[in-house]
Design a protein around this ligand. Structure first.
Ligand code: ZN
Length: 381
């Protein structure tokens, strides 16, 4: 890896830093970084990395530029509204430094493509704005042993760290083993964000990437940096690797990528639970997976149907026996009622409510939806 005369002139302020020098600048040129998201965080990250001479930057973003992005996403200009963010990002980066190779991935990162997207790069930077993508990025980076340069922002506060179990530090799951319940933590779209905040956090991430590339300084591995813009204060927490961590611990249970929408309790967009009396099969699965929620699932189909198809761990109380046997249930417990397609369980729900059961809900589309969306081993009949 040699530098051209044009590059020597371009990077002269780096070259005269003893900590960088010619050797460090060559390492920066040799480095490749995958930037997940070309939004608020991705903007300063990609622009500073390009300016600093990172040889190859991958941009993953499937979104298009919206007017509401321009308040903070400085990769994109007014003229870019409506264009692909990845395309717009590539143009801006090339405007800053034509030496930088930009690979655009105009796609949504998913469990299916994440490993292939990440594998060719040295360093991954998390510029995502949602929990499923954040856990996906974390797990993929742990599996592939890539440093994951993390940042997140909300309203006036931000945080940053470098997750790299292979370098001795913890991963995102060591810090946050479980996602917050869906709807508990509002997104920037719902809660707002100060426009300059992603600039500050993104610049911290870009700094960490350059330090990783040249192998100098003490990184944020094992440390969580917290920033409050209103108070203009930085704080720091020491992070430890959790030996019980399901992905980077001593006995990992997650060895391949999972369904992150489901892990975060988010039902697929096409199947919203519109009715407050209804829950989706995804919510039913969450109830079964986590007994601490205190929700019980009861199957109200008939015994012969139960023989054809049943969900492991769900007891049977047939509709035909409900009137004589409902006293076996506790009126203060939360129940999700399951039938074949959601009609009988709806009647059962109404009956139980008349008997004073306050917390009964109906599983939308019944065991057939379970078979379609959760477990195809359960026969659909
Ligand atoms: Zn971990």
């Amino acid at each position: 890896m040699e530098l051209t005369n044009e590059e020597i002139r371009r990077y002269s302020r780096h070259l005269i830093l003893p900590e960088v020098g010619l050797a460090g600048q060559k390492r920066i040129k040799a480095a490749s970084v995958l930037c997940i998201g070309a939004g608020g965080l991705g903007s300063p990250i990609a622009m500073y990395l390009a300016a600093a001479g990172i040889g190859k930057i991958g941009i993953v973003d499937f979104d298009t530029v919206d007017y509401s992005n321009l308040q903070r996403q400085i990769l994109h200009t007014d003229a870019d509204v409506g264009r692909s963010k990845a395309e717009s990002a590539k143009e801006t980066i090339h405007g800053i430094n034509p030496n930088c190779e930009v690979v655009i991935h105009n796609t949504r990162i998913s469990s299916e493509n994440a490993l292939d997207l990440i594998r060719p790069y040295d360093i991954v930077v998390d510029g995502t704005d949602n929990f499923p993508t954040r856990y996906l990025t974390n797990d993929a980076c742990v599996i592939l042993k890539k440093p994951n340069v993390y940042g997140s922002i909300f309203r006036f506060e931000g945080q940053a760290s470098v997750f790299a179990p292979h370098l001795g530090g913890p991963c995102y799951r060591c810090l946050y083993p479980e996602p917050p319940p869906p709807g508990m933590v509002p997104s920037c779209a719902e809660g707002g964000v100060l426009g300059v905040l992603p600039g500050i956090i993104g610049c911290i991430q870009a700094t960490e990437i350059l330090k990783l590339a040249i192998g100098r300084g003490s990184s944020l591995v094992g440390r969580l940096l917290l920033f409050n813009a209103l108070d203009m204060k930085f704080r720091e927490l020491k992070l430890r690797r959790d030996p019980q961590c399901p992905v980077c611990g001593e006995h990992p249970t997650i060895k391949e990528l999972i369904d992150y929408e489901m892990f975060c309790g988010i039902a697929p967009e096409s199947q919203p639970a519109a009715n407050p009396d209804e829950v989706t099969v995804q919510e039913m699965k969450k109830a079964l997976d986590d007994p601490s929620l205190g929700i019980k699932v009861v199957d109200v189909r008939e015994a012969f149907e139960y023989e054809i198809a049943r969900v492991e761990g769900v007891p049977l109380l047939p509709m035909s026996e409900l009137r004589s046997r409902f006293t076996e249930l506790d009126p203060n417990t939360q129940y999700y009622l399951l039938c074949k397609v959601g009609a009988r369980s709806h009647s059962a729900m109404e009956f139980l409510r008349e008997q004073g059961f306050k917390y009964v809900k109906n599983v939308k589309d019944g065991i057939n939806a379970w078979s379609e969306e959760i477990d195809r081993n359960v026969p659909r009949y």
